[in-house]
Ligand binder design. Sequence first.
Ligand SMILES: [Zn+2]
Length: 68
Amino acid sequence: MECGHRAVLVITSQVEGTSTSVARRKVDLACGLPKGHAGAHHDAQHDEDWEGAPGTRPTVLRDEDEEG
Ligand SMILES: [Zn+2]
């Protein structure tokens, strides 16, 4: 059985010529590790780790420039 802990990944990108980052899109994450695993949750499909207590749905930020 999988952990199934959920989080929201927000892809941000910097506005050209400024130091402002804006949210471009949101992706739902789901932890695919075994239920009761230790450490951070992990979504292999999106290659993202996050920390979160059961019953919470954290937001994870990722800069678009780091993608790919
Ligand atoms: Zn998990």
